[in-house]
Ligand binder design. Structure first.
Ligand code: HEC
Length: 394
């Protein structure tokens, strides 16, 4: 299958060359940005900003056709039809946007959503122990039923292959969409629940530790077990774990995000009587049975699923998912991820896509659907003029 690789540099360039499209509005212009008209060092420099629809109309039809041809197989599992080629020849990127609106109604697009999330979460097929189809089933259901993309992690129920509501299989008394599937929980099981916390952050917020304090205020040192209280391990060496230093810097944020996983064992089953306490004599980070240790020093805090996420108090994993799904990073990350999937970008290439373009795609989507569906994000993403016109390798 022929796939397009986006040349990031040219995308960035398209976003700042005056005669091509310049995204608007730029959030919080940096005072020293030479293109910021309020910058005293740049008198008279005006940022050229034209409406997105006008910019779309200016994309040469040949570029829109080439782009559509390269993304159709990934989005709808087929090549362009002759009729679609003529439409694009005549109508360029404006026609492409209308075409995308139709593509997301095709049954193949729901299968794209199923494959996308299955690949992202490394979940597919079913083994004797784990049903790997649950995340993909939910994604396909949400697309077919035009549900908000947020429900991928906030849905209280999972879906079978036919789309019928079923309990997610972790046995927890709440549901948080794909996060409460055993395939996600078991695939990401690890000591102190760190891998689960980090996978959530990287997959759904496209971020990694350490985070800024504005995004995730650190827990207090005294709240944490000794291992994570200091920036050097307690024995003063560089330590056997992690990065060898600054333990507190990362793990004071990590600890908050890992806590709502404290009752999920390594098979992804929710255990009401989990304590979160270190198993005496056991490997560091392991609690009783198949459970993992909390970062919290206090016994009551260690066994509680309550924590905070991005500074907001949460009662459990469903609360964590809700806060995450309502943060701007969630939809921005969904857009980055779908570009990464369809255009074969690495995670770091997808995360380096210009913020202005990504945030403009999200605001276009939100202006049409306050809680955008995956389909809505895809329509706005793959018809954004800077993306359609970006240079691609053959
Ligand atoms: C840059 C952030 C960062 C710093 C600094 C850091 N860690 Fe970590 N730590 C991580 C990440 C990321 C993981 C892995 C999560 C995963 O499995 O994906 C991790 C995992 C761990 C684990 C679990 C290992 C396992 O096998 O699952 C322990 C224990 C740990 N760190 C302790 C420490 C200690 C002690 C320090 C200081 C000496 C430290 N970390 C410093 C980010 C950090």
């Amino acid at each position: 299958m022929k796939r397009a690789a986006l040349v990031i540099a040219s995308l960035a360039l398209a976003a700042c060359t005056a005669d091509v499209y310049t995204p608007r509005p730029k959030l919080e212009p940096h005072p020293l940005d030479p293109t910021n008209p309020e910058n005293p060092a740049a008198p008279g420099v005006k940022k050229v900003t034209i409406p997105i629809a006008d910019a779309r109309a200016q994309v040469p039809a040949a570029e829109a056709l080439a782009f559509a041809r390269s993304v159709a197989p990934m989005l709808v599992g087929r090549a362009l039809t002759p009729a679609e080629r003529s439409e694009l020849d005549a109508g360029g990127a404006v026609a492409l946007r209308t075409m995308l609106e139709r593509w997301v109604e095709e049954p193949a697009f729901a299968e794209t959503a199923r494959d996308f999330i299955s690949v992202k979460l490394k979940a597919s097929g079913a083994s004797a122990n784990l049903d790997g189809s649950l995340p993909g089933n939910l994604a396909a259901y949400l697309v077919k039923n035009k549900r908000p993309h947020a429900e991928l992690i906030t849905s209280p129920v999972c879906r079978d292959r036919m789309g019928t509501a079923i309990a997610c299989d972790s046995g927890a008394p709440f549901g948080a969409g794909v996060l409460t599937t055993r395939v996600f929980l078991a695939n990401n099981a690890g000591r102190f629940n760190l891998k689960r916390a980090r996978t959530v952050l990287m997959t759904f917020a496209c971020s990694d530790y350490p985070l800024t304090q504005a995004l995730q205020p650190s827990l207090q040192r005294a709240q944490l077990i000794e291992l994570f209280q200091n920036d050097k391990p307690p024995d003063g060496t560089s330590g056997a774990f992690g990065n060898g230093h600054a333990c507190y810097t990362c793990h004071s944020q990590f600890g908050a995000h890992a806590q709502p996983f404290v009752k999920f064992d390594s098979d992804g089953r929710w255990q009401a009587d989990a304590t979160g306490l270190q198993l005496p004599g056991g490997e560091q980070g392991r609690s009783t049975g198949k459970l993992f240790t909390s970062h919290m020093a206090d016994e009551a805090a260690a066994k509680s699923e309550a924590s905070q996420y991005f500074g907001q108090p949460v009662a459990d994993l469903a609360g964590e998912a809700k806060v995450l799904s309502e943060h701007p990073l969630y939809l921005e990350c969904a857009v980055r991820s779908v570009f990464g999937y369809v255009l074969s970008l690495s995670g770091s290439e997808a995360n380096a896509l210009p913020y202005d373009v990504i945030s403009e795609i999200v605001s276009e989507a939100k202006s049409r659907e306050p809680e955008p569906s995956f389909a809505r994000l895809v329509v706005e993403a793959f018809s954004h003029p800077s993306v359609v016109a970006a240079k691609r390798s053959p």
